[in-house]
Design a binder for this molecule. Sequence first.
Ligand SMILES: [Zn+2]
Length: 125
Amino acid sequence: MPVTQFSHGSPIADHPEGIPRLEEFQTASVLFKLLSDVSRLRIFWLLCHCEVCGTELAAMVDMTPPAVSHHLRLLRSSHLLVSRRDGKEVYYRAADTVEAQALHHMIEEMLEISCPKNLSGDDHG
Ligand SMILES: [Zn+2]
């Protein structure tokens, strides 16, 4: 790739593969777009720390179950969440992927919040 014509000692020009193609940024772009919704961003972050069903999650974030379901569907379709059916309920948590982990920690760094070990309220049983 003839990127050297723009080179003025810029480290990117010396990168062996040159500037990555636009399409290579697409995966990240899709995820950033998905998390541009503040409610969705918070739901994703919460699910990095606990596994809850839609009803529990709706109560945690003070939203209606249909609104929460909408966000969960979008997050799951982008593989940021995984779900597990247990009886009549479906439980959600963040996926164990590089992308989900990176976004999880990025959110905490940007918000300057610490990572809670466990947010679930399951310790009352
Ligand atoms: Zn965390």
